[in-house]
Design a protein around this ligand. Structure first.
Ligand SMILES: N[C@@H](CCC(=O)N[C@@H](CS)C(=O)NCC(=O)O)C(=O)O
Length: 338
């Protein structure tokens, strides 16, 4: 009897141990897909079409991870989350990655049991006003009504900005992004503020986008990127290196179209290592050695994803700026595969 109780206790103990230290890679393999936390609809970053198919820069990050893990960029399911819900959804295990225009800050990286991995879009906070207001600077906004999202860095930064400049404001905050832009569109606020990329995206939802302008001030740093749970280094590595593979591919001139022929013919060692014809870098990550080939052939390189989703030829019209590769004067820099 005693022995049996001990055995049950040991069994329960091992269950508790395995769930506390569960491997996200093993979990996603068992269920056959990655559960990716995204926005509730933000053009260019994570947005569903009429058929419910998600696309965007943040969606591509999750698709890249799925391509690395399953050789199938479609093995992803999406969970739309408000700003307020997103960290709990990740910490509780409801999602495997949070890829939702989320700013890397000290508090979030160190006090929530979560880890930021890479920055897939360097941004900063902007302010949009109706042109009819006739102002040209944020410093003219004393006493303004300001519309923004709750549960974001945005509301903290705008409060700092007004305080630092000795101005007063009335903050009007909503949980849902579309409630914020609707309130601004109805004239409830003088200012709409969020990450500049999201200003460009949400502006398109206004009746007359051309009646509105973005003020010149960039009031914060918003390094946006995917987040995972703390304590799972293997999963963190897979997410990091999926992004780095897309950066290295762009730097090497490897595209969705030419990756097949490059893999067959190229003799450059660095390209062979990236595409898995030399070395065992996939094995080190816990995936197959052609992980980067699968990412590039199914999702494309970082520049292709950027141009397709948010670049100058999309409705968002965001120039590459600091999100250019380091070789073009930007901040995007993939460590070498070797
Ligand atoms: N980057 C900021 C802001 C993120 C945020 O949630 N912004 C809103 C304003 S546009 C948004 O993207 N909402 C999209 C949604 O809720 O679907 C943060 O991490 O706190």
């Amino acid at each position: 009897m005693f022995k049996k109780t001990m055995m049950i206790a040991a069994f329960i103990g091992s269950l508790a141990f395995s769930s506390a230290f569960a491997s996200t890679l093993e979990d996603v393999k068992a269920k056959g897909h990655i559960q990716c936390g995204v926005s509730q609809g933000l053009f260019g970053f994570s947005n569903p079409d009429d058929a419910g198919v998600w696309s965007g820069l943040d969606v591509d990050l999750c698709r890249a991870v799925a391509a690395a893990v399953f050789g199938d960029a479609k093995a992803v399911k999406f969970t739309p989350l408000s700003a307020k819900e997103r960290f709990t959804a990740l910490a509780s295990g409801e999602i495997d990655i949070l890829s939702r225009n989320t700013t890397w800050t000290a508090t979030r990286d160190t006090s929530l049991g979560l880890n930021f991995s890479v920055v897939n879009y360097y941004d900063g906070q902007g302010m949009m006003v109706p042109k009819s207001l006739g102002i040209t600077s944020g410093l003219e906004l004393d006493g303004a009504n300001v519309c923004t999202n709750s549960g974001t860095t945005t509301e903290l930064n705008i409060t700092d900005y007004f305080r630092a400049n000795g101005m007063s404001m009335n903050l009007v905050a909503f949980e849902k992004a579309d409630e914020v832009i609707a309130a601004y569109g109805s004239g409830r606020c003088d200012v709409y503020t969020t990450d500049r990329s999201a200003v460009a995206a949400q502006r398109l939802k206004l009746d007359n986008p051309d009646d509105h302008m973005t003020l010149p001030e960039v009031i914060s740093k918003e390094p946006l990127g995917p987040v995972v749970r703390q304590g799972d280094d293997q999963w963190l590595n897979i997410v990091k290196w999926s992004h780095f593979a897309m950066l290295n591919a762009e730097e090497m001139g490897i595209t969705q179209d030419n990756v097949g022929s490059k893999r067959a013919t190229v003799t450059i060692p660095a390209v062979k290592r990236l595409l898995g014809t030399e070395g065992t870098f996939g094995e080190y990550l816990g995936v197959s050695n052609d992980w980067a080939y699968e990412i590039i052939s199914q999702v494309g390189n970082y520049g292709e994803s950027y141009e397709r989703n948010v670049g100058p030829n999309t409705p968002l019209q965001l120039s590459r700026g600091v999100n250019n590769l380091w070789t073009n004067g930007g901040l995007q820099y993939g460590p070498p595969v070797r």
